[in-house]
Design a protein around this ligand. Structure first.
Ligand SMILES: *[C@@H]1O[C@H](CO)[C@@H](O)[C@H](O)[C@H]1NC(C)=O
Ligand SMILES: *[C@@H]1O[C@H](CO)[C@@H](O)[C@H](O)[C@H]1NC(C)=O
Length: 278
């Protein structure tokens, strides 16, 4: 009898412990910005930054149209050949942009959820906000109160300005390097000039091969290979410089200047999305 009671008590303790663990685990799970929340929120940020950076690819496309054939005598090509060549290069710009958009999403995701300080972990040490009941959203008051970095949606909401700056700095460096081959935002790199547009991803993997294909199919243009290559290089430098100028407010020590292209209503849009995740 005694043994039975003992066994029963051990059992009930084990069950209680198991239940407690379960409860704690599920509370923890419910509180965090979980996989779907992480993906949705990253997409929300990425959509805006894709919109803002798409302008540079548009400029690239326009400038290719304007000056790819600069300095090439019109006897070397027909108007149709020029149109086709430009179109071929513009398609390469679109491919480069698609690749950029994919890497941009990855950067946004990693900046918030992978790189330190990452928005993960316990939000109850110390306790700041109460988990809303199922079907009820977090509030702007929770966003205000959750004043340290941890894994729940209100924490991400609270630190949105800091998150945006971190993302923007990384994206600016990456875009400068992809288009121009170097970044003025990394001290010392642009000064030394060790990056060139030729080595940049956009040229090496997209525009360069596209130009080679055009030259291969139009033997008369072969003689102007260096000219056209130079034109493309010039275009990439112009767009690269434009990115540098635009990102100047992110340079170390540049002071608290805001990103003028980011629209303030986007903050609210993303915050409401965040707060809707249980
Ligand atoms: C999150 O993303 C999924 C898939 O893209 C979508 O179906 C869902 O509506 C999104 N949720 C919110 C709250 O935006
Ligand atoms: C929660 O937030 C979402 C996104 O803003 C909104 O569509 C939904 O109506 C909100 N739900 C409640 C119960 O307020």
């Amino acid at each position: 009898m005694r043994i039975l009671t003992r066994t029963g008590s051990i059992w009930s303790r084990a069950v209680t412990t198991a239940l407690l663990t379960l409860t704690l685990t599920s509370t923890h799970l419910a509180e965090a910005c979980e996989r779907q929340c992480q993906l949705n929120v990253s997409h929300a940020f990425a959509d805006k930054y894709q919109l803002l950076t798409s302008q540079h690819f548009s400029t690239l496309s326009t400038k290719i149209e304007q000056s790819l054939f600069h300095g090439v005598p019109t006897t070397a090509y027909s108007p149709t050949e020029a149109t086709n060549a430009i179109q071929h290069l513009q398609e390469a710009v679109i491919k480069a942009q698609r690749a950029w958009d994919v890497s941009l999403f990855r950067t946004v995701f990693d900046t918030i959820f992978v790189d330190e300080p990452k928005f993960k972990g316990d939000c109850n040490e110390p306790h700041r906000v109460d988990q809303p009941i199922l079907g009820v959203n977090w509030t702007m008051a929770d966003c205000h109160a959750m004043d340290y970095i941890c894994g729940n949606p209100p924490s991400i909401c609270h630190f949105m300005p800091m998150i945006k700056t971190r993302i923007e700095r990384k994206l600016a460096v990456q875009l400068e390097i992809k288009v121009g081959g170097s970044s003025g935002l990394i001290e010392g790199v642009s000064e030394n000039g060790d990056g060139s547009a030729d080595e940049a991803d956009v040229y090496a993997n997209f525009l360069g091969p596209a130009l080679s294909k055009v030259l291969m199919t139009h033997p008369k243009l072969e003689a102007y290979q260096a000219t056209m290559h130079g034109n493309l290089n010039q275009i990439l430098e112009i767009v690269g410089n434009q990115i540098v100028v635009e990102a100047a407010f992110l340079a170390p020590g540049a002071g608290p200047v805001k990103n003028e292209k980011w629209r303030s209503e986007w903050d609210l849009e993303i915050k409401l999305l965040l707060l809707s995740f249980p």
